[in-house]
Design a protein around this ligand. Structure first.
Ligand code: TXA
Ligand code: MG
Length: 346
């Protein structure tokens, strides 16, 4: 299959019109959102949704998010609007917050992977909104990567993973946030299942106490079940092994520096993911700054792209840990998963 790419920065109307035709006829379209690129299908058509799982190689027990174009569209997807939902929608939608509540009957099992809840979000990105509005249905969309790979933050990433497997990619340029939306369950006590750019601090300020799912910063125990099925899979992993080094920044840099000198003597190929504040400590060409550690959202924006950009021969990646506050929680959640929870504390 030939994969067409349409630039929606210059041709938003034509691109989303073509995309909507494909969605309405049961096909797949990759599109930008403010978080990462999504791989969309008609979210009310179980057969179309099955195509997403095939194209990505995604396990069938991992449910999808339904993307809508206006707040009121959520009414026919949820059984009822749970407590706090209206407040959250009014505060954070459109934007990178996904809300989970009990599903209505029209939502196909393929979307929810058989759960009786469904995740919904109203994205802020213009291309995404126009595509959904023109399609006239909620669009089911996971991140547009091959399963297990880092989520795509540019159309080129999508093409690398799914080129030849889908008919159309809408290219709206690089995504603003670079990590996937915050996933918040409103079934029972409000619980963050996946942290994102709408932070724990922002949500608690809006609705009061919120819980954090245990598996955000720790691996699942052998006999534990994940409340969010996506949390049990290995994720975002590059071919190289990733080591996260946590501690006071100067000590971290000293530790990584000495590990890299050793790696070099032994002939290993390594890379360092540093920050603006620490890049000066590394006198080696294998280091790159992902952004300002005082503004963790800048690190989030570059992480997946950096993981994808590693040379194929890279063996080890040393990455600096940062405090898990504000967007730092989302950053550490993705980084720890990419590292398979391999952490050194210094
Ligand atoms: O920013 C995003 O959320 C992107 C863009 C494309 O919107 N989408 C995204 O989708 O990251 P995906 O499928 O890669 O991640 C969705 C996560 C998974 O971890 C999944 O298990 C969880 O949300 N999820 C979806 N529905 C759920 C449900 N009903 N209950 C619990 N977890 C759910
Ligand atoms: Mg994903």
């Amino acid at each position: 299959m030939r994969t067409e790419v349409i630039n929606t920065e210059s041709q938003c109307n034509a691109g989303t019109k073509r995309g909507a035709e494909i969605i309405k006829s049961g096909g797949l379209v990759a599109f930008p959102t403010e978080t990462v690129y999504g791989l969309g299908a008609n979210g009310l058509d179980g057969d179309a949704v099955r195509g997403i799982f095939e194209a990505k190689g995604r396990p069938a027990d991992n449910p999808l998010i339904l993307h809508i174009a206006k707040k009121s569209d959520v009414r026919r997807l949820w059984k009822k609007i749970p407590q706090h939902a209206q407040q959250l929608m009014d505060t954070f939608w459109p934007g990178p917050l996904t809300l989970i509540a009990n599903r209505a009957d029209i939502v196909p099992d393929e979307v929810t992977a058989g759960l009786d809840t469904v995740a919904v979000r109203l994205p802020a990105d213009r291309t995404a909104r126009e595509l959904i509005a023109k399609s006239g249905v909620p669009i089911a969309a996971p991140s547009a990567n091959r399963s297990g790979r880092p989520s795509p933050t540019t159309a080129a990433h999508v093409l690398a993973d799914l080129g030849g497997r889908i008919p159309l990619i809408l290219d709206g340029g690089p995504c603003k946030y670079g990590v996937e939306s915050t996933v918040l369950s409103l079934v029972g006590r409000p619980t963050i299942l996946r942290p994102g750019a709408i932070t724990y601090e922002m949500i608690s300020a809006a609705i009061g106490p919120v819980e954090l799912a245990k598996c955000i910063l720790e691996p699942l125990g052998e006999h534990e079940t994940a409340r969010s099925p996506g949390m049990k899979y290995k994720h975002y992993a590059p071919d190289a092994s990733v080591v996260v080094v946590c501690g006071e920044p100067q000590r971290v840099a000293k530790y990584i520096g000495s590990e890299c000198r050793r790696a070099e003597l032994e002939g290993h190929i390594y890379r360092i993911l540093a920050t603006d504040q620490t890049i000066g400590y590394y006198k080696t060409k294998g280091s790159v700054s992902l952004g300002n550690r005082e503004r963790p959202e800048t690190l989030c924006a570059n992480l997946f792209s950096a993981l994808r950009g590693l040379d194929a021969d890279t063996e080890v990646v040393y990455a600096e840990g940062i405090p898990e506050t504000d967007e730092g929680l989302a950053y550490m959640n993705r980084l720890l998963r990419a590292a398979g929870f391999c952490v050194v504390r210094v």
